[in-house]
Design a protein around this ligand. Sequence first.
Ligand code: ADP
Length: 487
Amino acid sequence: MSSIAVAGANVDTRHWINGERVASAETFTNISPIDGTFLGEISRGSQAEADAAVAAAKAAFPAWAALGPKGRGEILHRIADLVEANIETLSMLETMDNGSLLRSHRRGVMPRVALNIRFFADWAINELHHEAFETRGHSNNISWDPSGVAALITPWNAPLMLATWKIGPALAAGDTVVLKPAEWTPLSASYFADLTKQAGLPDGVFNVVQGFGREVGAALVANPDLARISFTGSVPTAKVIARSAADNLTPISFELGGKSPCIVLEDADLDLAVTLAVEQYDNAGQVCLSGTRILVHENIADAFAKKFREKALQIKQGDPRDEDTDIGPQIHQVHFDRIKGFVDRAKAEGQEFVMGGEPNAELGGLYFKPTLVKNPAPGSEILTAEVFGPVLCMQTFSTDEEAVAMANGTEFGLAAILVSGNRERADRVSKQLVAGTIWVNCFFVRDLKAPFGGSRKSGIGREGGTWSFDFYADVKNTVVSPTGWKE
Ligand code: ADP
């Protein structure tokens, strides 16, 4: 069977290579985390499919590059139009595949997917320029040239959203693309491939290979014909990919994990602080940006904890297709077991759980209760490792300096949330925090123009706005002399 019906849509289960569907002899099983429903058997790619996809992308590159930003932009806008026309189908597919909320896909995520394509298409046309400047009469002219084939490796927690955050700028920059979606969420990328065809994207410009990271993913990133590798995922996988990229000196952009702090200063608006802290359970905690370490000033800690508990206990866990559900299941049994492992070990260590700490027995399956650990022991696993589930830690501090030291006391540096009632103080503290993004009295406000990425082990490089083009394109300076002209 080469296609499956999911949520009323036909989704092809094969790869998308050179504008055609290509099957593998082997398949892997895709199930829905919502209730374990069997969704279908998906082509399980290997070296051959990775090589074929890169070869197709390489062959398609010269013509795509030659089209220029305007020509490419027209096609990219048509893709975005088709995404918008298919928001309902894409939303349902994504929810069935990864268990995140249908309502947020409909209202926020899928419109953003379309915007990811439009924004970078327009940026390449209108914004990607640098004022020429003179050096002893010579003019420096900076351009962003297409670089070749970009391999994009993406995770399962926000599949199409994170894929198009890379596909948009890569294609707008004039690169051609091979996307390897996560094996737990193959569907939206496959459906998206059909939309690119309908939009008139030339064959080979965008390719999708399905399968496991250590199989087709590893084969893809080892390909010497790649010009770029952009990866979003975990630190251990990043190290494997970086080693592979090193053999070919392929430039990499990595967006990795986090153990971000959510700092509540003594002067914070308590209701706002509680709202922001409880939001860290969104997507069942499967968000790299999540502020999973809540640091609260000791003088307000009791009041905060009381309000936090009241609000968090109101979170409605259930079927992500229901309009009133706040958080759904974890993505997969393997991941669920991993989260439970962290929690069970923390319990065995005697850590204090003030909420949750166990699967949601009423719902069964992959639903894990929102969990809060109070004052975890310094250096303990639950406090330092990325759990990537609905598990938050709460600690207290007595001075701003202590808060900063605790916030920065991690190997990660993706994001930080700071809640304070005083602008000067917030400014002083945020300047001392090590992270790619600091949110002051807010969370998850992400402009596509802004640089995005992590410090320390949370990533290498920044994407967003011109930063995306700095990565996907070959940035070139043409220095023109005032002399030597014959006309
Ligand atoms: P997670 O722990 O969130 O599943 P991973 O970093 O393992 O994160 O996975 C993110 C993406 O990286 C997925 O698409 C996965 O298939 C891919 N991947 C995993 N291992 C490799 C590898 N060795 N080479 C290339 N891609 C890989």
